[in-house]
Ligand binder design. Structure first.
Ligand code: PMP
Length: 395
């Protein structure tokens, strides 16, 4: 349409016709997505969820949620700064900070809003953000919303990150990374990134969503394992929905960082507080993790078994650095068919296709859990192998 033309009047029932054209384009590219409700109980072997420690259905955790809902109500009733903070939120923040080794923590309604809130509050027009290009979508959205100048660097390219930091035009800079990348489960080089930040006067923000509860001493996370917990220039985010089997997110950092977030972070201030039941569940799950420090090791042992067996079966499996193991699929359509066949054969696996995979390579994404037995893992690998489309295995 040229500038002089007026937009045509369209009948109301046609205003959204463009959605159908877009849906057709996605279907042609094999990118249709459908919701598949999960039954409450199932004999299916679940290697798709992120309940790494198997705590989502643990009676201590679910029971704490139920009791909190009865005591405090189903919802938090308001934003955290108005009526949405309870003693459960305060206790959870205290315990998370203490466990992970930071001065303070702030609980958000999800990991997504925690990331949005942290990145936007800690950067702005007058600062630079340097990121790995494979960071989680919530961090990417935070970077975009922040209005900072953004340099998205090739995956784990520390030299390029240093270069971007050295050549930036602003004093303030924030390096943003996942600790464990969510698609392939590989690790960011946190010590090198921290050294780069220090050399160039930048802060480091690490999303430890997939490291917390799985890596580090007793599951304290990848930031703790890298010796960066509690450092004044480091901020960590987590979700409460993976290892803790609950719901919600948190930002951990120094007291002044957390105070700044309380006073300025829009996804904190303008969002209804986390439901008390979720805060109670996360607190109970943290208690379980503290009392059963062997749980993270079980996750890693299962991930290793899973990756080794998939590799032995001839698939391109990622390294089992944490709970996530992915297997490359020849095409998006193959990934969908493969995952559907696995489900028909009693094993639920994740299916990642563009745009959820930054490099455009579709994958099955399998997650190891502490409560899987060795024979569960063996069964899962047999089913994945038997359900594979032609060309999926390399040998
Ligand atoms: N960060 C990463 C790396 C994630 O994988 C996820 C969840 N997929 C999130 C953040 C968002 O967390 P939540 O699901 O709690 O919003």
């Amino acid at each position: 349409m040229d500038a002089a033309q007026k937009p045509a009047a369209v009948p109301p029932e046609q205003v959204f016709d463009w959605l159908d054209a877009e849906a057709e384009r996605r279907a042609d590219a094999g990118l249709t997505r459908r919701l598949r409700p999960r039954p409450a109980t199932s004999t299916e072997l679940d290697l798709a969820g992120n309940d790494y420690l198997g705590l989502a259905r643990d009676k201590r955790v679910a029971g704490a949620a139920a009791a909190a809902a009865l005591r405090w109500g189903a919802g938090s009733t308001g934003s955290r700064l108005v009526t949405g903070s309870t003693e459960l939120h305060a206790e959870l923040e205290h315990e998370l900070a203490r466990f992970c080794g930071f001065q303070a923590a702030l609980v958000f309604s999800s990991g997504f809003t925690a990331n949005l809130g942290a990145v936007t509050a800690l950067s702005g027009k007058d600062s630079a953000i340097v990121t790995d290009k494979y960071i989680h979508a919530s961090l990417i959205e935070g970077c975009r919303l922040s209005r900072a100048g953004i340099a998205a660097i090739g995956h784990n390219d520390v030299a390029a990150i240093k270069h971007a930091l050295a050549t930036r035009r602003t004093q303030r800079a924030l390096v943003v990374t996942d600790s464990v990348f969510s698609v392939d489960g590989d690790l960011a080089p946190l010590p090198e990134l921290s050294a780069a930040c220090r050399e160039h006067g930048a802060a480091l923000l690490v999303d430890d969503a997939h490291g917390f509860g799985v890596l580090g001493d007793g599951g304290r996370g990848a930031v703790h394992a890298a010796g960066l917990a509690g450092e004044p220039d480091v901020v960590m985010t987590v979700t409460l929905s993976k290892s803790l089997g609950a719901q919600g997110g948190a930002v951990l950092g120094s007291r002044r960082v957390i105070r700044h977030l309380v006073e300025t972070s829009r996804s904190f201030i303008f969002d209804t507080g986390l439901a008390p039941a979720s805060a109670a569940a996360a607190l109970a799950a943290l208690g379980v993790l503290k009392s059963e420090p062997e749980l993270p090791g079980k996750v890693l042992a299962n991930a290793t078994r899973l990756a080794e067996q998939l590799t032995d079966a001839g698939f391109r499996a990622s390294r089992p650095d944490a709970a996530v193991v992915s297997v490359q699929a020849p095409s998006p359509e193959d990934a969908v068919t493969w995952a559907a066949r696995c489900a028909e054969n009693g094993v639920r696996v994740g299916c990642f296709r563009p745009p959820s995979v930054p490099d455009g390579i579709s994958r099955l994404r399998l997650t190891a859990r502490a409560d899987l037995s060795e024979s569960d893992v063996d069964t899962a690998v047999k089913v994945v192998s038997a359900s594979a489309p032609p060309r999926a295995a390399t040998s």
